[in-house]
Write a protein that binds this ligand. Structure first.
Ligand SMILES: NC(=O)c1ccc[n+]([C@@H]2O[C@H](COP(=O)([O-])OP(=O)(O)OC[C@H]3O[C@@H](n4cnc5c(N)ncnc54)[C@H](OP(=O)(O)O)[C@@H]3O)[C@@H](O)[C@H]2O)c1
Length: 276
């Protein structure tokens, strides 16, 4: 029986990955949470940044596959410098790491990007530098130290996960439109939006496969936030004319990468999962 550990199984994406793997009879799955004890299952409370408890947990579980679905807003840097480092020092080539990365590693914002395009960091005083630079550093760490890994890069993840939780953006959209209030999104920021279930199914499909490398994930279509959210409003049965175009003005240290969309042909060649 294959043993899989999902770090961040209480999170938006991690929940779906955990639940999908739990339903597979040939897989034993163990999940971790930090603060949000989920109602759905027995997960292990673990701070990935804490060396002793991490080491005890990892030695006890000794997984065949590890899935990194961890994120921590302003403390993302610690997750790479401490948590990921702890994980890397414990991994042997027998254990495969599936690391969920982000389109923000292409922070130059001149997409669409293929897997071979170079990554870029943001200046330290930039509001997105913590997350972006932590993800870039994490990818470099993994590439330098490991051989048995997959890095899956994803743009904004949306939709209902396995326990009916929506992403924060769609949640906010519904909240505004339900009460008849307009809401604005930028028309100049282009992304590859990926449905949480498509991403989770892809990961579940890749778990038993003997494949390594870096893959952009998501559909072949790219949209601006404005386009995407207008479509979403319609899909949810709301008055889409309440979705407006937001101002494109921004301060230099708050500039959002413009086009971080992904070329996703490589992943569609290796999985059966189709991206909506
Ligand atoms: N959501 C997106 O749009 C998006 C887009 C691109 C890439 N990604 C990537 O997808 C992955 C999952 O993201 P998500 O949206 O599911 O995030 P999320 O909902 O914020 O979940 C984050 C998870 O990490 C756990 N966590 C945080 N700090 C931890 C620590 N120190 N030790 C152990 N666990 C810790 C959280 O536990 P508690 O909740 O229990 O505290 C939670 O389970 C991340 O790697 C993220 O970078 C997400």
């Amino acid at each position: 029986m294959m043993k899989v550990v999902v770090f961040g199984a209480s999170g938006y994406v991690g929940t779906s990955v955990y639940k999908l793997l739990e339903n597979q009879s040939d897989i034993e799955v163990v999940g971790t949470y930090l603060e949000t004890k989920p109602v759905f299952d027995e997960l292990h409370k673990l701070d990935i940044n804490e060396p002793e408890s991490f080491s005890d947990f990892f030695k006890k579980e000794n997984p065949d596959v590890v899935i990194w679905s961890v994120m921590n807003g302003p403390n993302e840097y610690e997750l790479t410098d401490q948590g990921l480092l702890h994980l890397i020092t414990h991994l042997t080539p027998a254990t495969k790491l599936i690391y969920i990365s982000s389109d923000f590693v292409y922070s130059d914002g001149k997409g669409p990007y293929t897997e071979e395009d170079s990554l870029s960091t943001l200046p330290d005083d930039h509001i997105y530098s913590n997350y972006t630079n932590a993800k870039v550093k994490a990818e470099r760490f993994i590439k330098n130290e490991l051989s048995n890994y997959m890095i899956l890069r994803a743009g904004p993840v949306y939709g209902e996960n396995q326990i009916g939780k929506l992403d924060a953006r769609t949640d906010e959209l519904s909240y505004h439109l339900r009460s008849g209030q307009p809401i604005a999104f930028r028309g100049d920021l282009i992304r590859t939006f990926v449905h949480v279930e498509d991403l989770a199914n892809t990961i579940a499909e890749l778990v038993p496969k003997d494949i390594t490398g870096i893959y952009n994930t998501g559909p072949s279509t790219n949209k601006s936030f404005y386009e995407f959210m207008s479509g979403m409003a319609e899909q949810l049965g709301y008055d889409a004319s309440l979705v407006e175009k937001a101002s494109e003005y921004e301060e230099a240290d708050e500039e959002v990468p413009k086009d971080t969309s992904l070329v996703t042909e490589k992943i569609t060649d290796i999985v059966n999962q189709r991206f909506r």
